[in-house]
Write a protein that binds this ligand. Structure first.
Ligand code: PMP
Length: 423
């Protein structure tokens, strides 16, 4: 066997090579077509090969691709931050750019801790999070993640943050209050949650009232609320930000993935005026940052993505067509006993499978049938989720949704025949 040089996720797996993509479709080197039913890792919100983005990328690269943020500012980053402020609710007006969702949540964590330090309450350092959550792979972000599989190897190095239950019922919001009382509010900086649980929960959606109660508890005990909208943000759920479904304004929002629709790495930590105020008065700098933070090229790309979304009314399309897709999935569910639940909002939908089957096996069959799905694993120690996400680009048309549904059904039928030994 020829030796390899690229470290891929599974070192012994033979990966298919993609040659190009257009809209919701990807094509491999043999010419096989795939529907990108998961937008990669729920990232490519506006689809592949959008000309406007490619043009913006080229124009910025020709002007200047990189300047160091400690030496200069640049127009693209300034404009992007202003655009984000115009989109976010409440007084979420300040943006700190990073390069990945993990960095965005970890920066949120640091900003929260710094905020309390600046206010003379330096003992508030703990971040409460939920089981069945994923906030990122770096050590700080992993400390906050209720994702047993990814934590396992490093558990002795991690802070023991996740303690409250996944948001299956309104009663689970009450657990936050109990946890704060047990730890002591003077030790707690923030609570972090994915508005709709993505990679670790298969689009698990809290009931109405849950986040209203979370906000109340955070305010009562002087605790910041961080919404990790890395997956749910930028229109994915049919609103620009998923927290808007419940009318709740967080203190800090983490963004990533859809911010650039995958065209280049960029992510962001959006901070409220209230949280920034003591930092501006005190240290006058956020104690974090990366070489590539706020680089002109990524900023120009993200700006082009957001403008494209606005011009083409992409969020409204995601809401409308998301309902149509949900309906298609509900109909498919009727025919297959191994599907337990369909859930989610907009174009972030989840299928929960019965424990009798394995999500990754279904996902492999769908791959053969030219449909990409995203596995959702997470859970609480000893009880993993068994779901997949159906999350195509927000720009998918009705006709394309019909084709996605056909391929999904063909995959399920084929899987069932294989289980029966007939295929
Ligand atoms: N937060 C959430 C909610 C995510 O879904 C992810 C990625 N799946 C991350 C954080 C981490 O983002 P990244 O992989 O870009 O570091």
């Amino acid at each position: 066997m020829e030796r390899e040089y690229l470290i891929k996720p599974f070192l012994t797996k033979q990966y298919t090579e993609i040659s190009h993509g257009k809209g919701i479709y990807l094509y491999d080197k043999s010419g096989k077509e795939y529907i990108d039913g998961s937008s990669g890792a729920v990232t490519v919100n506006i689809g592949h090969g959008v000309e406007e983005v490619v043009t913006a990328m080229k124009e910025q690269a020709e002007k200047v691709a990189f300047v160091y943020r400690s030496q200069f500012t640049n127009d693209s980053a300034e404009q992007l931050a202003e655009k984000i402020a115009s989109m976010t609710p409440g007084d979420l007006n300040w943006t700190f750019f990073v390069n990945s969702g993990s960095e965005a949540t970890e920066t949120a964590m640091k900003v929260a801790i710094q905020y309390w330090q600046e206010k003379g309450m330096g003992s508030k350092q703990k971040i409460i999070s939920r089981w069945m959550s994923y906030h990122g792979i770096t050590m700080g972000a992993l400390s906050m993640s209720g994702h047993p599989l990814r934590r396992k190897r490093f558990v002795s190095l991690l802070e023991d943050y996740p303690i409250v239950s996944p948001p299956r019922g309104i009663e689970h919001a009450e657990e936050l209050e109990v946890a704060i009382q047990q730890i002591g509010a003077e030790q707690v900086a923030a609570f972090i949650a994915e508005p709709i649980v993505g990679a670790a929960g298969g689009a698990l959606t809290p009931p109405d009232g849950y986040y209203e109660r979370i906000r109340e508890i955070c305010d009562k005990y002087n605790i910041l609320f961080i919404a990790d909208e890395v997956m749910t943000g930028i229109g994915r759920t049919g609103k620009m930000f998923a927290m808007e479904h419940w009318g709740i304004v967080p203190d800090i929002i983490a963004l990533g993935k859809g911010l650039s629709s995958g065209y280049t790495p960029i992510a962001a930590t959006v901070v409220s005026d209230r949280v920034m105020a003591p930092i501006i008065q005190g240290s006058k700098l956020i104690m974090s940052g990366h070489t590539f933070s706020a680089n002109p090229l990524s900023s120009a790309v993200a700006l082009a993505v957001l403008r494209y979304m606005e011009t083409n009314d992409v969020v409204a399309q995601a809401k409308k067509n998301g309902e149509y897709l949900l309906n298609c999935l509900e109909k498919i569910k009727e025919k297959y006993a191994f599907i337990e639940e369909i859930r989610g909002k907009g174009m972030l939908l989840g299928i929960e499978f019965s424990p009798t089957i394995l999500n990754t096996n279904i996902i492999d069959v769908a791959f053969e049938h030219g449909l990409l799905l995203y596995p959702a694993v997470g859970g609480i120690y000893g009880k993993d989720e068994n779901c997949c996400l159906v999350a195509p680009p927000l720009t998918i048309t009705r006709g394309e949704i019909d084709e996605l549904a056909r391929r999904l059904e063909r995959s399920f039928a084929s899987y069932e025949r294989r289980m029966d030994g007939a295929e």
